[in-house]
Design a protein around this ligand. Sequence first.
Ligand SMILES: NC(=O)c1ccc[n+]([C@@H]2O[C@H](COP(=O)([O-])OP(=O)(O)OC[C@H]3O[C@@H](n4cnc5c(N)ncnc54)[C@H](OP(=O)(O)O)[C@@H]3O)[C@@H](O)[C@H]2O)c1
Length: 320
Amino acid sequence: MAVAEIPGSLAADFQEVDQSKKRQTARVIDGKAIAAKVRASLAAEVSALREAHAPSPGLGVILVGNDPASHSYVRGKERACEEAGIFTETMRLEGGVSQREVVDQVERFNRDKRFHGILVQLPLPDHIDERAVIRSVDPSKDVDGLHPENAGLLLAGAPRFVPATPLGVQRLLIEDGIETNGAKVVICGRSNIVGMPLAALLLGRGRGANATVTVCHTGTRDLASETRQADILVAAVGEPRAITSEMVKPGAVVIDVGISRVEDQSRRRGYRLVGDVAYGEVSAVASAITPVPGGVGPMTIAMLLHNVLLARKLSLGGGR
Ligand SMILES: NC(=O)c1ccc[n+]([C@@H]2O[C@H](COP(=O)([O-])OP(=O)(O)OC[C@H]3O[C@@H](n4cnc5c(N)ncnc54)[C@H](OP(=O)(O)O)[C@@H]3O)[C@@H](O)[C@H]2O)c1
């Protein structure tokens, strides 16, 4: 996942502009609470499944290099798996490892019956072809939903593994009671991991879907005129303050997927996390908004657990 760094001086400006316009009217969508509820119900399901069928669901993780954000995401995923009763093992590889060695490790996980799901933490170092590594994952263990077979199934209207972040956004909308049926949704960002699969999900039929979807990107001619049409606006660009209040229709629901690290010496770690949305000023216009952190992030972890459980059920010949 891309984590943008922005300099401290700029970070202070962001905070000032945001604070000066802050007149919160939007309801805060509590992703942390919703994710906790989803995780508790998944843990109960894992426990029932373990009683009936050993072994526990298992997740094999491959982590390459020393990127601090990637290490922190993987620690979060390991903790969440343990709490849910999912067996997990992480293979940590040096940043200089060859593509062949990464693929060899994927293939070991493919063959190992203890692992029903496999996750390769992205991004990989530049000398490794991410797409080749993703293609080497057994599609029936691809809990990240990035293998072309799973991406194709989603587009064909028969989703199996859907990437956890878009699945988490959809689940957040459902659990929070936000109607997507007939809504105009505008998604900023077209990555394979967020924007594209989210568009496919929300365009589908059924609950938490059936929306009219527009996807924007750097080639979009007039971004603000598109975003102002949205009943539900999703920001997934990886740029702090990419979405300001002028870009939001009054009363819209705003979902902020972005996560960027902003230098902040007042914090113990020396940084804080911000989303793509100018939170303070947009809160004065929107009807509901997700915070960063505490919005989409926790849902991503919950839906990874959902996908590992699904992989285990599929290995037993079951389904959802
Ligand atoms: N909360 C979570 O769990 C979670 C999970 C995944 C990602 N994220 C965060 O979500 C953000 C996006 O991640 P990603 O992996 O999708 O990033 P990405 O691969 O860098 O994709 C960014 C997308 O945004 C578009 N974009 C960038 N700047 C734009 C602008 N000014 N106007 C319109 N479109 C713009 C890009 O357009 P082009 O295609 O034209 O370049 C691209 O499609 C990052 O901050 C990442 O850290 C969070």
